[in-house]
Design a protein around this ligand. Structure first.
Ligand code: FMN
Length: 393
């Protein structure tokens, strides 16, 4: 785990620095810990005019990058008049302009100490209330009152306080979320990219058919069918895979890829259909599609028409407008993905004798077999993301 730790003060003999250092010594496993001193991050006083004129100071940007780097941020707050110290507030204000949510996907341990009996609880409460708005997951808070009495060379003298801090550090240490959530952010970002790629593939394949060779020609059409088949396999298998491995945050966030990758698959098939069955120069070509020989009950025809019709349907409903306006129907139509997958896979493997079609089919049956097996022998309802979140909170 990557840990960033600091005292939110520029006091050279800071008691909070001693506390934060002590807290990090309580980790039981080895971590990459960066203990920084805010004296090294002092920046000019924030003002909107300065921000507009000169941008973010280098040190504030470095501070923001360090937060981005960390999985866990441990801060011990010094309290000045019931609030943050100016050095910290100023740095925070600058750093907060670098990102929409500075602490997104970051877990935090918030500590505070003071010479007095309140243990800087005022600033600690403020921080605990505010940091979640900056995207942080606050694992817990700890206030150490009467610093010089309680923290000695031997550690925290009061047993109850020591246990409280130790438990907090161990909780942070045993929570695996942040490492994954950083990946999850990355995985989430890709879900939009897949949609863009999906529609681009559709446009490319269609235009290729319409505009034709030589400069725009797809010379290896097979690769597009392979991509379409693999994408369809992914969209169908990611859900049962996640049900089989519900602890995997990566698989959970990859569920969001289904829409975009589904568009890649159906977009290619629809693109080929359009480019083959429509033409600007010869519009009558469209009517050939409805000729009887295309619709008899030969296996190839059945598989081809089923693949095309389901691909069209899935392609047309894969947009936000349809999700919003055809909610019930949308969920029902989504189930066509199974028909689409099976018809395309049988078409490619049986009729066109493509190995990858067979491989996708085998994968499909093996994973669904395992999924059904798990359902029978472990019939607990599969946890969904929402219930996990509510449990966590
Ligand atoms: C301007 C100023 C305001 C302070 N206000 C508070 C306060 O509101 N509550 C408190 O408990 N201590 C207050 N203190 C005392 C600090 O808790 C004390 O200086 C402590 O050492 C700060 O922590 P540090 O050594 O980690 O910087 C204040 C100190 C200064 C200089």
């Amino acid at each position: 785990m990557k840990v960033l730790a600091f005292a939110a003060t520029n006091h050279k003999q800071s008691i909070n620095k001693k506390l934060v250092k002590y807290a990090t010594s309580l980790f039981q496993k080895k971590h990459e810990i960066k203990l920084i001193d805010l004296n090294d991050y002092e920046v000019v006083l924030f003002s909107p005019a300065r921000a507009a004129k000169s941008g973010v100071p280098k040190k504030a940007q470095e501070f923001s990058d360090l937060i981005e780097w960390a999985d866990l941020v441990v801060i011990s707050f010094a309290e000045y008049n019931g609030s943050y110290t100016p050095v910290f507030k100023n740095l925070l204000d600058w750093a907060s302009t670098t990102k929409e949510k500075l602490f997104v996907n970051t877990e935090m341990l918030l500590l505070a100490t003071s010479p007095g009996a309140r243990g800087a609880k005022g600033v600690l409460t403020q921080a605990a209330n505010y940091f979640p708005f900056m995207g942080a997951t606050v694992i817990g808070t700890f206030s150490l009152p009467k610093f010089s009495e309680h923290l000695t060379a031997q550690g925290i003298s009061d047993k109850a306080l020591h246990t409280e801090l130790e438990n907090l550090v161990l909780t942070a240490e045993s929570t695996p979320v942040p490492v994954h959530t950083k990946t999850v952010t990355w995985v989430n970002k890709l879900s939009t990219l897949w949609i863009v790629i999906g529609y681009s593939m559709f446009a490319f394949v269609t235009l290729n058919g319409w505009l034709g060779a030589p400069w725009f020609a797809i010379t290896t059409a097979n690769i597009y069918w392979e991509i379409a088949m693999i994408a369809a396999t992914f969209t169908l298998l990611i859900r049962p895979l996640y049900d089989l491995l519900p602890e995997s945050d990566i698989l959970r966030s990859m569920l969001k890829w289904r829409k975009g990758i589904g568009v890649i698959s159906s977009g290619i098939v629809v693109g080929f259909w359009l480019s083959r069955n429509t033409s600007f120069t010869d519009p009558t070509i469209f009517f050939d599609y409805f000729r009887a020989e295309k619709w008899n009950f030969g296996l190839e025809n059945i598989l081809e028409r089923t693949t095309e019709i389901t691909a069209w349907t899935l392609f047309l409903i894969s947009n936000k407008w349809m999700v919003l306006h055809a909610n019930w129907l949308w969920h029902q139509l989504q189930k066509l993905a199974y028909v689409y997958f099976l018809s395309a896979a049988f078409l490619l493997s049986i009729i066109h004798e493509k190995t990858y079609g067979l491989v996708c089919l085998i994968l499909f049956f093996v994973i669904y077999q395992a999924w059904i097996y798990k359902r029978i022998f472990n019939p607990k309802p599969v946890e969904n993301h929402q219930s996990r979140l509510s449990q966590a909170s």
